[in-house]
Design a protein around this ligand. Structure first.
Ligand SMILES: [Fe+2]
Length: 136
């Protein structure tokens, strides 16, 4: 049930790759705490810890995209916004109903699956496009 990082998720930009790995770590911490039946306080803090990191990571990625005048910037930013909204919804649901098994499923579907597909397609596309056009 843990969220496993593998080499296929590497996009070739050290800074972004290490931030992605950190997100995986934080998601795993959260999923483990939920599986262990940790208290509301602990889980609440881990959700907060993950949310903050995701938001700052997206900011970092978007500023890199602006710097390189990435032509799919708006679309990419919109995708980030969708995940941020889902994470905030998960946070609200947790605050209302606690750590339900439905919430674990939502994290796996909306956060884990989303991230894997976003990183391996969209983030990779950005690095490749930038490398091709700017010879970085
Ligand atoms: Fe991204």
């Amino acid at each position: 049930m843990l969220f496993v990082w593998d080499k296929s998720l590497e996009i070739g930009n050290d800074k972004i790759d290490s931030q992605h790995k950190e997100i995986f770590k934080r998601v795993n911490k959260l999923l483990s705490a939920m599986a262990d039946g940790s208290g509301k306080d602990t889980i609440g803090k881990l959700i907060e810890f993950l949310t903050e990191y995701v938001v700052s990571h997206f900011d970092a990625e978007e500023s890199l995209m602006r710097k390189h005048h990435y032509n799919e910037y708006q679309l990419h930013k919109m995708q980030h916004k969708l995940l941020t909204t889902d994470v905030l919804r998960i946070k609200q649901e947790f605050e209302g109903q606690g750590a339900s098994s439905d919430l674990v499923i939502q994290i796996q579907k909306k956060v884990c699956n989303w991230l894997k597909s976003h990183i391996s397609t969209e983030d990779k596309k950005f690095v490749l496009t930038t490398k091709n056009t700017e010879h970085l």
